[in-house]
Write a protein that binds this ligand. Structure first.
Ligand code: SF4
Length: 254
């Protein structure tokens, strides 16, 4: 009898695996040339270069002046409080007449909030600012003998005064080596890479760290003036910039 030989089941041809559909991965967005350059090519500043920057500022303008008009530490404090989100020129137009009648905290209180509002009504946020000036004048009389205090924490405790106000007053009225960071100083600190930072405080601390002490009293003014008249926000005037050979901004136009 023939053996019942079981034939092996025919091998099934392997089903070709479906090729996974190639999913086109998005290519990483190309960084703009300037950004690439900014990451790669920026050489850290040397102390000698930073000294050179401020030596040039000093040579060009040995006695830089702030542009906010004032008569004494109190009127400086008031002018800085009024200058938030306003131009110095606009503040000066209003304070010229105001300070003729109110250049001390007591005279400001005597003038009163309503009349003060009238003097400063051309300045943005004048209602809030008038309230703050009256309140800070009252506080100066009640707690500081009518004088502007000399410490940061005391100045910052006054209504309407923040860190920038304290830095301006400490620097301009009392000769302290502080660095007030406004929009111009913030831009110049970042563009030049002297003190890059995401916040005004980061730029302030960065600048304080790198600027030699001999320049610190006036550095605030030099940087503001540089930002206001040369390193302009939209179209910096690199071609006439005193420090264009040293500046680290990848997009400088020289
Ligand atoms: S070179 Fe141009 S970007 Fe650099 S600090 Fe001067 S003006 Fe500003």
């Amino acid at each position: 009898m023939a053996k019942n030989i079981r034939k092996p089941a025919p091998r099934q041809a392997p089903v070709p695996k479906k090729k996974a559909k190639a999913v086109a991965r998005p290519k990483p967005a190309k960084k703009p040339a300037s950004a690439k350059k900014s990451l790669k090519a920026i050489r850290p500043w040397t102390p000698a270069e930073i000294h050179e920057v401020f030596s040039r500022f000093r040579k060009a303008n040995p006695e830089p002046k702030g542009e906010l008009e004032h008569l004494n530490p109190y009127t400086l404090l008031v002018a800085v409080v009024l200058s938030a989100q306003a131009t110095d020129a606009g503040v000066n137009r209003a304070t010229r007449e105001l300070f003729e009648v109110a250049d001390t905290p007591q005279k400001m209180l005597d003038l009163g909030e309503e009349a003060l509002r009238d003097y400063i009504k051309t300045i943005g946020l004048y209602r809030t600012k008038a309230k703050n000036v009256i309140a800070l004048s009252a506080k100066l009389l009640a707690e500081f003998g009518g004088e502007v205090p000399r410490t940061r924490s005391e100045i910052e405790s006054l209504p309407g005064a923040g860190r920038k106000t304290a830095n301006v007053v400490l620097n301009m009225a009392f000769g302290e080596h502080t660095m007030a960071v406004d929009t111009h100083v913030f831009r110049v600190g970042n563009r030049t890479m002297l003190a890059p930072g995401k916040t005004p405080l980061e730029v302030e601390l960065g600048l304080e760290k790198v600027i030699p002490a001999e320049f610190m009293l006036r550095a605030h003014h030099w940087l503001i003036l540089h930002g206001r008249y040369t390193c302009l926000a939209r179209k910096p005037r690199c071609e006439v910039c005193l420090i264009n050979d040293l500046c680290r901004w990848p997009e400088k136009t020289v």
